[in-house]
Design a protein around this ligand. Structure first.
Ligand code: ZN
Length: 85
């Protein structure tokens, strides 16, 4: 069984939302980034999630909605994972 640095796929995945939302510490960001550099599967999953997220955010911004409503919706993204807090 190969251990990938300190971060395996499960660890990386648990931090996916926070990573995309830049809510991790610089150190955590670096660890995830290093894992993505060596793990093709996670890279694919991460970029898929990122593109979905980008699409949603773009759509929200295109809505002709009050600014505070838009920012309220944007602040809800990405959704929190169950059991994570
Ligand atoms: Zn991985």
């Amino acid at each position: 069984m190969t251990r990938l640095d300190r971060t395996n796929c499960e660890e990386a995945f648990r931090r996916l939302d926070d990573f995309l939302d830049r809510r991790l510490t610089p150190d955590e960001m670096r660890i995830i980034q290093e894992h993505l550099d060596i793990c093709a599967w996670c890279t694919r999953e991460f970029s898929f999630e990122a593109s979905v997220l980008q699409g949603v955010k773009r759509k929200v911004r295109q809505l002709d909605a009050p600014t505070d409503l838009v920012s309220k919706i944007l602040s809800q993204l990405p959704p929190e994972q169950e059991g994570q807090s």
